[in-house]
Design a protein around this ligand. Structure first.
Ligand SMILES: [Zn+2]
Length: 452
C-alpha cells in the first residue's frame, strides 16, 4: 500500500485541497479530500491524472528529426512516408524494443501514463513472417512492461497500397496480412500482452487506403468488443482518391458503411465537411487528434471548434513521436484553432473558462474512451496514474487550480512535470524516469547503426 498526500489535486468532481490518495495493487483504493497529511504519507503539491497518448507508432521515434531536409520536389506527407518506409524496413525486433522503450520512458516523463500503440510493423525485413506472428507485438509489450506505461495494443490490419484493393508496394511488405493471417496475429498479440496486468487490446484497420470494405467487415469482429481505430482524412489527396474510388469522402464513407459508435476512434479526420463533423460527433466516436504530427506533416487543421461545438469527443496522440509532450500537443491544438479563426481561447468552452483545463478534461475523457478505460482520473478503481507538477517552476508561481494547467500548457511546457506514478509505481522523479539513462544508451546504439 502507498499513501500520497497532495496540497491540491484535480479530482473528477473538480479541484480539491488536502487530498490523501491510497494505492493498493496498482490501483487507487481511496481518495479523501480535506484531510491533513498523516504520518507516513508521501507529500506533494499539485496532482493531476495521467493522460493517454491514444495514437502512437513507436518505431517512428527512431527517425524523429531525420526528415527535415528538403528534397528536389515539394516535400509532402507522401515524401515523408518514403523516408519512414526506408527506416521501417531496416529495424530488427531488438531495435523496435529499444526505440519503443525510450519512447515510453519519454511519454511517462511528460505525463502520458497510457499509450494506444497503433502497431503495423509486423513482419521480418524481407516481408516474411516471424515464426511467432506476435514477435513485434511482444517487443512493444516488453517496452511497456519495462517503462510501466499502460498499454492498449492496436494491431493494425494493412493489406493494400491504395483504395479499391490495389496491390501493396514493396515498401509496405512488413505491414501486410490477409484476413486469416490477421486473425492469427490477433491471437498472438493477445498472448504477447497476457502478462501485463493493465494491458488491453483492440484492432486498427489502417485506413480505407489499406483495407477493402469486405476486409473491414471481416476484421471488426476480431476486436471482440474492444476499441477500433482507423486513420481517416489526413490528407487532401486521400480525400480525392477516396472520392474517385467511391464517390464518398473517407469520413462520409465510414459513417455510411461502418458501424461507427463509441468504441471507434477516427485518427486525424482533418479534411471533413460541416455535415461530416456533425454526423461524426453524433456517433459518440472519438476524434484522435495528433496536432504536432499533423503540423509536422503539413496535414492541415482539424475543425475542432465545430466538432466540439457539435458535442464531439476528442483525445490526443503523439502519432509519429517527432516530439513527445502533453503540453505541446494541447498547445498546438489550441494554437492551430487560433491561427485558423484569428481569435484567442477558441476551445475554452465558454466565457470565464480556462482553455488549458477544458483541453485537459477533453483529452482525459476522450483518451480513456478511445482506449477502453472504464474508470479514469483520481478516483477509486482507476489505475493509479498520477502526475505532479513542479510548484517551484516560474511559470506556475502564484497560480492555483485551473491557472496551474494554463501555466503548464501555455508557458512551462515539459519542464513542469515533477513526479509520475504509473500503475502505482513511482517511475518519474524530478522529471526523470528511472530507466532514462539505460533506455537512452540502448536507443542510441540502435539508432546510430540504423542511420549509418
Ligand atoms: Zn498514425
Amino acid at each position: 500500500m502507498t499513501r500520497l498526500h497532495f496540497a491540491s489535486a484535480l479530482l473528477p468532481s473538480g479541484w480539491a485541497n488536502d487530498v490523501q490518495v491510497v494505492i493498493t495493487a496498482g490501483a487507487i483504493a481511496e481518495v479523501t479530500p480535506g484531510t491533513a497529511p498523516a504520518a507516513g504519507d508521501e507529500r506533494h503539491g499539485i496532482a493531476l491524472p495521467g493522460l493517454a497518448s491514444l495514437h502512437s507508432h513507436a518505431f517512428q521515434r527512431g527517425m524523429a528529426g531525420l526528415a527535415e531536409l528538403r528534397g528536389d520536389s515539394t516535400d509532402t506527407f507522401w515524401t515523408w512516408r518514403e523516408t519512414m518506409y526506408r527506416f521501417a524496413l531496416t529495424m530488427t525486433p531488438d531495435d523496435v524494443a529499444a526505440v519503443a522503450t525510450l519512447l515510453y520512458v519519454e511519454m511517462l516523463e511528460q505525463g502520458f501514463t497510457r499509450v494506444g500503440e497503433f502497431h503495423y510493423l509486423h513482419h521480418d525485413r524481407d516481408g516474411s513472417h516471424y515464426a511467432d506472428l506476435g514477435e513485434m507485438a511482444a517487443r512493444i509489450a516488453q517496452a511497456a512492461e519495462a517503462s510501466s506505461i499502460g498499454l492498449t495494443l492496436l494491431p493494425s490490419f494493412y493489406a493494400h497500397g491504395s483504395f479499391g484493393g490495389a496491390a501493396p508496394h514493396d515498401g509496405q511488405r512488413r505491414f501486410i496480412c490477409t484476413v486469416d493471417q490477421f486473425a492469427e496475429l490477433m491471437a498472438a498479440s493477445h498472448k504477447a500482452i497476457a502478462a501485463l496486468p493493465d494491458a488491453n487490446i483492440g484492432i486498427a484497420p489502417h485506413s480505407l487506403r489499406a483495407v477493402t470494405p469486405a476486409e473491414l467487415a471481416a476484421i471488426i469482429p476480431l476486436a471482440d468488443g474492444g476499441p477500433v481505430h482507423i486513420h481517416a482524412a489526413e490528407q487532401v489527396k486521400e480525400v480525392e482518391d477516396c472520392l474517385a474510388w467511391s464517390g464518398r469522402r473517407p469520413v462520409q464513407w465510414l459513417l455510411e458503411h461502418a458501424p461507427i459508435d463509441r468504441r471507434w476512434c477516427l485518427i486525424h479526420a482533418i479534411h471533413t465537411t460541416n455535415e461530416e463533423v456533425s454526423a461524426f460527433a453524433r456517433t459518440g466516436a472519438v476524434a484522435g487528434l495528433c496536432p504536432i504530427t499533423e503540423a509536422s506533416l503539413g496535414d492541415g487543421i482539424f475543425p475542432a471548434r465545430e466538432f466540439v461545438g457539435a458535442g464531439g469527443a476528442f483525445g490526443i496522440g503523439t502519432d509519429s513521436n517527432v516530439l513527445v509532450g502533453i503540453a505541446d500537443e494541447l498547445r498546438q491544438l489550441e494554437y492551430g484553432q487560433r491561427l485558423r479563426h484569428r481569435e484567442r481561447n477558441v476551445l475554452s468552452g465558454g466565457a470565464g473558462r480556462s482553455t488549458g483545463r477544458t483541453l485537459f478534461d477533453h483529452a482525459l475523457a476522450g483518451g480513456a474512451q478511445a482506449l477502453a478505460q472504464a474508470t479514469v482520473g483520481l478516483a477509486p478503481g482507476a489505475r493509479a496514474d498520477i502526475v505532479t507538477l513542479d510548484t517551484a517552476h516560474p511559470s506556475l508561481a502564484g497560480r492555483a487550480r485551473d491557472a496551474v494547467i494554463d501555466g503548464w500548457i501555455f508557458a512551462a511546457g515539459s519542464g513542469a512535470i515533477d513526479c509520475v506514478w504509473a500503475g502505482g509505481q513511482k517511475v518519474v522523479e524530478g522529471g526523470r524516469h528511472r530507466l532514462r539513462q539505460a533506455a537512452r544508451e540502448r536507443f542510441n546504439a540502435s539508432v546510430r547503426r540504423l542511420v549509418a
